[in-house]
Ligand binder design. Sequence first.
Ligand SMILES: C[S@@+](CC[C@H](N)C(=O)[O-])C[C@H]1O[C@@H](n2cnc3c(N)ncnc32)[C@H](O)[C@@H]1O
Length: 258
Amino acid sequence: METNKIHNISCLEGLKLLPDACVDLIFTDPPYYQYRAQNVQGLKNHKDVITEFDFDGFKSEEEYLLFMEEVLAECFRVCKPGASGYLWCGDDFVSYLNRMVERVGFQFRKVIHWHKTNPFPAIYTRKMYANSMEMMVHFSKGKPKTWNHKTVNEMHNFIHSPEEYSNRAETDLHEIPNFIQTPICMGKERTKHKTQKPLKVCLPFIEISSNEGDLILDPFMGSGSTAVASKMLGRNFIGYELSEEYCQFAEKRLQEIV
Ligand SMILES: C[S@@+](CC[C@H](N)C(=O)[O-])C[C@H]1O[C@@H](n2cnc3c(N)ncnc32)[C@H](O)[C@@H]1O
């Protein structure tokens, strides 16, 4: 199947066309299934508390979890031994998904937290905390084969234009913390995709867990953030996206990288 391309098909269809053990890293941001919006009395129909997305139309928790397990089992098959994976998820499902990655054969490694420095404001009359954190499950197929160490400074002031990136300063070595702090997607980077991840939360993890020339898989490409970050870092990519419109956003972003 052609690489360095986002295929406009369901990932369940696309993953089956990939051979065993061809992928070096998975970096993906699937639909979260807005469980609370649909199941918790009082929040139902409160569009100001929970945003509903048209790509998140699972009928039940069971349907969502079965879908995710089918995708993750295929991800395990297509990963090379030692490949890492990063899976964004909503706070309702993080513990389900870290057990699920183990059930399909991966090792669960850590939950990584993204602190959004400019979250959408909470409606204070609803007595809710602002949704300023998102989580990502890190897992691997056996012991990770790649670990390009980063400093705390690099993680938190991560720079992302190709020019800035090649001029970055090397600083001293520290433990890599399991959180990253950066604003939500803004400015010129932002497309009309409602849940676009900023490149600043993609680049460091792709760089840590893969090498130049590696193949990065994202079954849920959306506006193509994983593909753009992979291309900027000299990695190859392959991915799937159901929406033709989002594929077009991604294509435009990819063309803008020199
Ligand atoms: C959370 S968004 C990903 C956003 C992406 N990280 C970005 O930065 O733009 C999830 C995407 O998965 C797509 N999607 C949902 N089900 C899919 C499926 N079965 N196969 C491929 N894509 C799917 C949706 O259309 C949506 O764009």
